[in-house]
Design a protein. Structure first.
Length: 320
């Protein structure tokens, strides 16, 4: 079970989502992660996004069916840490529809954007969660996008994961996982429609990547937006002058709230560290000098016995 988030962690998550929900930011994300938008101007991509970027809960039940209005014309989003979820539900951060010109008219696709911090601590590969999310989103199209056995009407689903503060080995990478046809025997020449799912990982660095090739622009934009280490003047200069994004009062408020929450998280971590250091010191004294057993120390400090044993095992000369 996931640990309950602190108020600062929740506030941080909320304001990250507010930044990502900006229509122009979503347009940049689409341009560099979705092949159908490759090469298009950001302003034209923004026009393909249906509705206005507003917060709206999007839930899928245990049968894959939507709870609520799946066909909402709004850009939908919810913070799963704040909504009371029912058993078997999936809550998405941001979900919205896009329409792009195709050979036979406008093509509709469903896009899910998720923000995830400290991916390396999750205990699973983020792509597996992304695959689960697109599978549930496709299942939820039953009786909304298609009925009976009209599977040809299934809409493509794209799940984009913005991974904040990624490890050194994966930072500053953008990776797509999708379905591709592979001929095992002979050549199957029919153009069947199978390109229905895509999971994209955008792995951001803690440091802002230098301005360079066009392909790294999305990384630089998101790292600039989400950095808590640069000055407000530097952030504004990059956002406005490099990316031509107006620095609205809404963006300014979200950035300020995000940075304040991030500092609160750091302070909490320092406080936890000091408390843990104090506990380790007491365990050392009780065990090494007073010869108390782990159980006795556990009762004295109100700390789990297994935790006490871990601390003792790490002490110098603990094998007495």
């Amino acid at each position: 079970m996931a640990n309950k988030k602190s108020p600062n962690e929740t506030r941080y998550d909320e304001n990250v989502l507010k930044l990502l929900k900006q229509r122009v930011v979503l347009a940049y994300i689409l341009r560099y992660t979705v092949k159908e938008f490759k090469g298009m101007e950001v302003k034209d991509i923004a026009k393909c996004i249906e509705g206005e970027p507003v917060i709206h809960e999007k839930r899928v039940d245990e049968y894959g069916q939507d709870i609520g209005d799946f066909m909402s014309p709004m850009i939908a989003g919810s913070d799963p840490n704040h909504k009371s979820s029912l058993d078997g539900t999936v809550l998405f951060d941001i979900v919205f529809n896009v329409f792009i010109p195709g050979r036979t008219g406008m093509i509709k696709m469903i896009v899910n954007v998720e923000a995830q911090n400290e991916v390396h601590k999750l205990g699973y590969h983020i792509v597996t969660r992304g695959i689960y999310y697109v599978a549930r989103s496709i299942s939820a199209q039953k009786n909304t996008e298609f009925t009976k056995s009209n599977y040809q009407n299934i809409k493509k689903v794209i799940s984009i994961w913005i991974c904040i503060g990624s490890d050194e080995e994966v930072k500053n990478t953008i990776t797509e996982y999708s379905i591709e046809k592979k001929d095992l025997v002979g050549h199957y020449s029919r153009e069947d429609y199978y390109d229905l799912i895509s999971v994209v990982q955008v792995c951001l660095s803690k440091e802002i990547i230098e301005a360079a090739e066009d392909e790294t622009k999305l990384l630089r934009l998101l790292e600039t937006f989400l950095s808590t280490e640069i000055s407000e003047e530097e952030r504004k200069d990059i956002i406005v002058n490099e990316f031509d994004i107006p620095y609205s009062s809404e963006i300014e408020r979200s950035v300020e709230e995000m940075c304040n929450a991030s500092q609160g998280i750091k302070n909490e971590a320092m406080e936890r560290g000091m408390i843990e250091g104090e506990i380790k010191g007491k365990v050392d004294i009780y065990y090494s000098e007073m010869n108390l057993s782990p159980l006795e120390i556990s009762k004295k400090l109100g700390v789990e016995e297994n935790k006490v044993k871990e601390i003792i095992a790490a002490l110098p000369n603990s094998s007495k």
